[in-house]
Write a protein that binds this ligand. Sequence first.
Ligand code: PRP
Ligand code: MN
Ligand code: MG
Length: 181
Amino acid sequence: ATDIADQLSTVLVTEEQIHAKLEELAEQVAADYDGSELLLVGVLKGAVMVMADFSRRLPRHISMDWMAVSSYGAGTKSSGVVQIRKDLDTDLTGKHVLIVEDIIDSGLTLSWLLENFASRGAESVEVLALLRKPEAAKVEIDCRYVGFDIPNDFVVGYGLDYAEKYRNLRDVAVLAPHIYS
Ligand code: PRP
Ligand code: MN
Ligand code: MG
């Protein structure tokens, strides 16, 4: 039970695939924001790996800030009730903001965040998400940069947790059902 491999069903996205995709997305973002200041906002804690690997592929200066919100707690379903655990340090007035997320599942977290940001006077707000689960959407999120659309399985790794575990896995993998059922 301590062997991580026994707790996973399949690897869904490998570290290599993630890095290749982030390279592509970084080129797009660099081109799209050419000449503008850019603030990356990472959503703690899931987005730490994406932020680290994506931001280092941008061949330009950016600013970085973090917001900590949580809607899942220790379960496998989004509660829809989003709590701010840490707010931004940055005033968004006039800024071009790119929210960096690990995954859009139900979409509730980002829908809440986008509404929250709308009142802060940003010049633009876009979203980059490494993963998206189209079948799980409860609200549609206008996400400009998407890494991979994945099936509606509970996935962990590369920042994604189950009860705070598995975030440090290098790949994104499907959690074996016996772990959470
Ligand atoms: C997870 C994930 C996204 C969000 C997506 O965060 O990192 O932020 O859920 O789910 P949704 O689209 O259904 O809202 P979580 O609330 O588990 O906090 P964490 O990032 O600290 O793990
Ligand atoms: Mn998260
Ligand atoms: Mg989580």
